[in-house]
Design a binder for this molecule. Structure first.
Ligand code: SF4
Length: 426
C-alpha cells in the first residue's frame, strides 16, 4: 500500500451503534447532527463555535453526518495541540461543517447569489448559464451543509425533491433546446435521493436524444461514502456516460470507506473527477493539496478544479486571497505531474462565468519572441516560426458542429407537446 488512508473510528457518542446501522446511508442521514446540543455530544465546542450557533442567521442550516463528525473528532483526538484544548488548533473539518462567529460578521464581499444563477434560471431549479450545458437542481437537500456553500440561497430551504410541476418544466426546457448536450446535477446533493428516484431522473434525461453527458456533483463520497454501493453504481452505469464529480477538500477526508466508494465507482466504469474549494485554515497549503491530489490520483480520481471560494454570505473567514491561491499553484508547478495538478478556477462574481488562474511564467514578449522562466528558475526563449498559419483542409467536416455548439443557447426547437417554443408558453 502506497498511502495510508484513515481508518475511521466512531465518535464515542456512537459507540453503541452497531456496524450494520452505521454503514447504512439512510441511517447516517436520519441521524444527522443539526443542533448545538448534537455537536456537544461529539466535540468540545470553542466559544467562537458556540457563538456561531447562537448568532446564526436563519439563512443557512447546520447539518453533518455522524460519520463525518466522527472523522473530525478523530482528527482532534490524534492532535497533540487539540488534545491540550489549545484554542489555536483549527480542525479543518470543523471549519467546513460548523458555524463560526465570523460567519455572521459583515465581510468584504457578501453575496447571496455570487454566480448570479437566478439571472440564468428557467424555473427555480434549472440554470442555463453556458451555451451547451445546464445545471439541474433536483433537490435542495445535502447531508452536510458546508459553510462555504455558494448556493446558500437555495440549499436546505425546503429539504425535498423538486415539485413535479418544476420538474416537468425543466425536462421540457431541456427537450426543447437541442443545443444542450450536458446535464449537471448539483447541490443540493443528488445522491441524497433514493435509488428509485435517481433511476427515474437519470432515465428521463437519458431519454432525451441530444444529451451526451450526464454529470453528478456530490459530497456523499466524502461525508457519507456508504451511499456508494453496487446498486447505485449499476444505476449510474446503466445511463453511461455518467461522470461523478466528487468534492474532497482535505486528505483526511480520504478514509478507508471513501477509498472503497471511489474504487467501486471507478470499477463500474464511472469516471470520477474531483473538485475542491481552497479554504483558509483548511487546505490552503501546497503540502496539503499535493497530499490530497496524489492520493486521489492513486485511487484513479483526476483532480480537476481547485476553486477560489466564492464570496457567498458568511464566507470571508474561509476565503483565501487570489494572490495566495496563485502562490500555491506556483509552488506545486513542476513538482506534481499534470495528472495531479488541478486547474485553479475563479467564478467571476455576478455571473461572469469561470476563469482560470495560471501563474505567469512569461518574462518578456516582443514580436514572435517570448522568454519564459520555468518552475525551477531555468529560462528559455520560444521563437514563433515565420510561416503562414494554415487552415486544416478537413475543417469543414466539423465547422457546422462547432457553430451549433457556439449558438446552442439560442437554438430552440419546437416543444412537441405544446407546439410552441417553451419560452412562448411560459
Ligand atoms: S454539498 Fe455542495 S451544495 Fe451542499 S452545502 Fe455543501 S457545497 Fe453546498
Amino acid at each position: 500500500m502506497k498511502f495510508d488512508f484513515l481508518s475511521t473510528k466512531k465518535a464515542s457518542a456512537y459507540e453503541a451503534i452497531d456496524s450494520h446501522q452505521w454503514y447504512q446511508w439512510t441511517w447516517q442521514l436520519q441521524h444527522r447532527l443539526t443542533q448545538k446540543e448534537d455537536f456537544e455530544k461529539v466535540f468540545n465546542l470553542s466559544s467562537d463555535e458556540i457563538k456561531g450557533f447562537e448568532q446564526l442567521k436563519s439563512i443557512f442550516k447546520v447539518s453533518t453526518t455522524p460519520y463525518y463528525a466522527s472523522i473530525a473528532a478523530q482528527i482532534e483526538e490524534s492532535n497533540s495541540v487539540a488534545k491540550k484544548n489549545q484554542s489555536n488548533f483549527m480542525n479543518p473539518l470543523k471549519r467546513i461543517m460548523l458555524p463560526h462567529v465570523l460567519e455572521v460578521e459583515a465581510g468584504e464581499q457578501q453575496m447571496l447569489d455570487p454566480l448570479a444563477e437566478e439571472t440564468h434560471s428557467h424555473g427555480q431549479n434549472l440554470i442555463h448559464r453556458y451555451s451547451d450545458r445546464v445545471l439541474f437542481l433536483v433537490t435542495d437537500t445535502c447531508s452536510v451543509y458546508c459553510r462555504f456553500c455558494t448556493r446558500k440561497r437555495f440549499t436546505g430551504q425546503d429539504e425535498g425533491f423538486i415539485n413535479s410541476n418544476e420538474y416537468q418544466k425543466a425536462l421540457s426546457y431541456i427537450r426543447s433546446h437541442p443545443g444542450i448536450r450536458e446535464v449537471i446535477f448539483s447541490g443540493g446533493d443528488p445522491l441524497t435521493l433514493s435509488n428509485s428516484l435517481l433511476d427515474r431522473v437519470l432515465s428521463d434525461i437519458r431519454s432525451i436524444e441530444h444529451i451526451e453527458i450526464i454529470r453528478i456533483g456530490s459530497r456523499m463520497p466524502v461525508v457519507c461514502p456508504m451511499r456508494i454501493d453496487e446498486d447505485l453504481c449499476k444505476i449510474m452505469r446503466r445511463y453511461a456516460p455518467v461522470y461523478m464529480m466528487s468534492h474532497f477538500s482535505h486528505p483526511k477526508e480520504l478514509t478507508l470507506e471513501a477509498r472503497q466508494a471511489l474504487t467501486l465507482l471507478v470499477d463500474h466504469g464511472i469516471p470520477v473527477l474531483n473538485q475542491m474549494v481552497l479554504l483558509n485554515g483548511v487546505n490552503n497549503n501546497a503540502a496539503i493539496i499535493q497530499a490530497l491530489n496524489r492520493r486521489l490520483l492513486y485511487l484513479r480520481v483526476k483532480p480537476y478544479y481547485m476553486f477560489q471560494c466564492d464570496p457567498s454570505e458568511g464566507t470571508d473567514h474561509l476565503r483565501t486571497t487570489v494572490e495566495s491561491s496563485e502562490e500555491i499553484m506556483r509552488e506545486m508547478w513542476g513538482h506534481l505531474s499534470g495528472l495531479a495538478m488541478p486547474t485553479l478556477s475563479l467564478d467571476i462574481p455576478s455571473g461572469g462565468g469561470k476563469t482560470t488562474l495560471v501563474p505567469n511564467f512569461m518574462v518578456s514578449a516582443s514580436k514572435g519572441v517570448r522568454e519564459f522562466v520555468g518552475w525551477d528558475s531555468r529560462k528559455g526563449i520560444y521563437r514563433d516560426p515565420k510561416v503562414e498559419m494554415l487552415k486544416p483542409s478537413d475543417v469543414g467536416d466539423y465547422e457546422h458542429e462547432w457553430e451549433e455548439l457556439k449558438n446552442a443557447k439560442n437554438n430552440l426547437s419546437i416543444d412537441h407537446q405544446m407546439g410552441l417554443p417553451i419560452e412562448a408558453v411560459k
